[in-house]
Design a protein around this ligand. Sequence first.
Ligand SMILES: [Zn+2]
Length: 317
Amino acid sequence: MLTVGNYHYIRNDFAAPYPSIFGVTPTFFREQLVALKEIGTFITPQELLENREQVIQSPNHYILITFDDGLKEQYLQAKPILDELEIKALFFINSINFIEKEVTLVHKIHLLRSQMSTPAFFDILKAFDIEGKTVLSKDEKVQAIIHYNYDDEETALLKFTLNFKLSIQEQRDLIGVIFDRHFDTDQVVKGLYMTEAQLIQLANEGMLGSHTHSHLPLGYLDRDVIAKEYMTSKNYLEQLTNKDIPYVSYPYGSREACAAPVEEMAKSAAHTIGFTMERSINRGDENPLLLKRFDCNDLPLGKNQKAFDHAYRLIHK
Ligand SMILES: [Zn+2]
C-alpha cells in the first residue's frame, strides 16, 4: 500500500496583513517526515514508476512525498531536509510560470487576499460588476454559506462569486487587472517560482513532474484544451531537462477536476503516474493514473490528522 502526502507553501513566516497563505514551516516538515518514517518506508518516484502495481498491492506501507505548484521555497526550504533524510520526492510544475512568465491565477488570489481585507477585495470586484454577476441573490448567498461552511460569511460569498459566478476567463481577466495594480508580475515570478536550473536539478534526480500548463480544473474543460494543458507543460519540461516526464498531478485534484476524460487523456499524453487529491491510502485496485493523496494537514502531526488515522485504522484492524 502507498500513502502519498502533498505540500504547497513551506516557509518560516506566514505573517501577512490578512493571513491567507497557509502552509507548513521547515521545522514542521522535518518533524512530519520523521513521524512518517515510523509508520512506513519512503519510496523513490522511480521505484514507484517501475513497480507501480506491486507497490500499491504490497502489504508493506510505502510513502511518497509530493509538492504542487513549483514554488521556489519548496526547493530552498524542503529539498535540503529531504536530502539530509535521503528521501526523494516529486515536485509538480506549471509551465505557464516559465513559458509565459505569468503568475498562476490561484497565487494571484492568495497574494491579493493577503494584502487586503475580504470586504475590500469584494468591493473591488463589485466595482467591475461583470453583467451583475458579483451581486448574489438570497438563494445564492445561502448556497455559498453551505458550500464554504468552513469560512466566515464574507469569505464564503467571495469564493462563491469567484468560483461559481465568474467563468475561468472572467476570473483571469478581472483578477489580472486587480493583481497588476498591486504587484509587479516579473518580481513575483522571480521570487515565487523555481528557476530553470532548479528544474533541471530536480529532473536529474528523478524528482520532476508536470502540474499542467496553467493550473486549470481539467475536468471542466474541452478535450482540445485538456490536451494542450498536458502537452505544453510536458514538452516544455522534457525539452528543458532532456528527461521523460511520466508524472502528472491534476490541479485542484477534486473528483470534478479529475473527471473523464482527464485520466484517459493523461495516458494519451504519455503520462504513467497521476495524482488526485482524493484523501486516502492506495491499497491495491487503484489506477496508477488516479492515485489518492493526502494533504500534509491530514497526515500525522497535521491539523486534520484524523483523515489519515481513520484510513490507517481501517487497514490495521
Ligand atoms: Zn496546484
